[in-house]
Write a protein that binds this ligand. Structure first.
Ligand SMILES: Cc1ncc(C[n+]2csc(CCOP(=O)(O)OP(=O)(O)O)c2C)c(N)n1
Ligand code: SF4
Length: 311
């Protein structure tokens, strides 16, 4: 990574304090770290969701960069349209040919895994030069914690409630990172807010590649995860240490695992800190789901190591 911690701290503040995201929300931490990945001027497209509604309460804004709010389903389309116009204006000589603007789209998992997926797929297939960041808190938080296709097995959501009928969500999450790898784009990576060096470094790479880049960032949500707002960074690190959310990157199809835990922790250590999985620690059915989560995690981790040539 080019910049040291002091230089990062002195970077321009592109998302200011004073927004109304919940205390301990992983989203603004991730956004700040991503935007520290470049010193160039940045233009942001932001889909509907917690980040958007909480940072732009009229007549105020917490954004210090040009920012466009776009519908839930088309942040990628908006960002690619802005990027295409920029390239056109450059060719027409209407803006400085040396200008090096960067374009970034932020959206939640609902706006990425589900409703925005077709516009994301289309934009990266067309090869637009922009960075797409999924702020993945694994549910539709802004509208009251409904399940998304990013919600993990066993999660209690308002549309997959844990109770007598089922122990939370009955399906595993869609592996969207791998869907983006299948698009054969220059750069795809997973990260967390708890490892700033990893996230800022990946953002830097994403901004510097020529073409589309996708970052999937696991962003803990104290409200929807029912966890202590003080441990956002630690919970994201536990997701990595249990291999539930491996840190890896794929550059032009080449896999690299960025962090291998010295001792892989049991998934229970991650699950037990979160009220969204509380029911899994009661009764036989809960124990069975925890076993399935462990097996699924182990299988995916082994597959990843193979892809990276490390197994
Ligand atoms: C097409 C459409 N459907 C539904 C909504 C209502 N809506 C606004 S925000 C939201 C949930 C956002 O979830 P997510 O993208 O995961 O972001 P988060 O709030 O969790 O950060 C929904 C369903 C909408 N704005 N547009
Ligand atoms: S509900 Fe969750 S994602 Fe939304 S602002 Fe609060 S902590 Fe952040």
């Amino acid at each position: 990574m080019a910049k040291n911690l002091k230089q990062l701290v002195d970077s321009p503040v592109r998302l200011t304090g004073g927004h109304r995201l919940c205390p301990g929300c992983g989203e603004p931490i991730a956004v700040r770290q991503v935007l520290m990945g470049t010193d160039s001027p940045v233009i942001v497209a932001n889909a509907t969701g917690c980040l958007e509604v909480s940072t732009t309460i009229f007549p105020y804004t917490a954004w210090n960069v040009p920012w466009v709010h776009i519908a839930f389903e088309n942040a990628a389309a908006a960002a690619s349209g802005v990027e295409a116009m920029y390239e056109s204006l450059k060719k027409q000589g209407k803006i400085d040919a040396d200008a090096d603007y960067k374009f970034v789209a932020f959206a939640g998992d609902g706006g990425t895994y589900d409703i925005g997926f077709q516009s994301l797929s289309g934009a990266v297939e067309r090869g637009h030069n922009f960075v797409y960041v999924c702020l993945n808190n694994q549910a539709y938080m802004n509208t009251g914690v409904q399940r998304s296709s990013a919600s993990p097995l066993g999660m209690n959501t308002t549309t997959t409630p844990a109770g007598k009928v089922q122990a939370g969500k009955t399906k595993v999450q869609k592996d969207l990172t791998e869907c983006l790898v299948a698009h054969e784009i220059p750069y795809v990576a997973q990260s967390i807010p708890g490892r700033w060096r990893d996230l800022v470094g990946k953002a830097e790479k994403a901004f510097n590649v020529d073409g589309p880049a996708f970052l999937n960032v696991l962003t803990p949500c104290p409200l929807g995860w029912a966890c202590d707002p003080a441990v956002t960074a630690e919970i994201s690190m536990l997701a990595v240490d249990t291999c539930i959310w491996p840190l890896y990157e794929v550059e032009y199809g080449e896999y690299k695992v960025n962090y291998t835990p010295k001792e892989k922790k049991p998934v229970d250590e991650y699950l037990k800190l979160q009220g969204r999985f509380r029911h899994l620690f009661k009764g036989e059915e809960g124990a069975e789901v925890r076993k399935q989560i462990q097996e699924y995690t182990d299988r995916k981790w082994e597959q990843l190591l193979k892809k990276a040539g490390q197994a």
